[in-house]
Design a binder for this molecule. Sequence first.
Ligand code: HEC
Length: 120
Amino acid sequence: MKSIAALISTAALALTAGGFSTAAFAVDVEGAKGLAEQNNCMQCHGLRKEKDGPSFMKTAEKYKGKAGAVDELVKHMTSGKDVKLADGTTEKHKIAKTMPANDVAQLKNLAEYVLSIQPK
Ligand code: HEC
């Protein structure tokens, strides 16, 4: 009796953990990679390597557990705010272009992909 109860609670725990982790979103990885490539995001961002910009892994760490992280990243990708490059120059951050234009679902998917990158 005790072992069955233990089993059930373990299963419930696993389900709960899965359901609430940000990585559990059904991220369309191929779609996100494609969009990042079309926009040359990877020129300045590595998945786990620092380039001019922070690695996506680092950004995922920074936003871990934060409410509204997806919306904040979408805003970052679409507002063109000033960012500092490694050589000290400042430029407007790349504005992500989608087809069709301003497709929020695609932008959110890319944000969720960024937030899903874990250390190996
Ligand atoms: C010319 C280089 C460059 C390109 C191209 C570029 N970025 Fe960035 N990005 C940066 C830099 C530099 C920062 C750091 C900004 C800061 O910390 O102020 C940054 C920051 C970010 C962040 C972190 C924002 C935060 O709030 O911590 C995300 C996410 C991001 N970029 C996504 C993207 C995506 C997606 C694309 C493609 C649409 C892209 N970047 C294209 C240079 C670039």
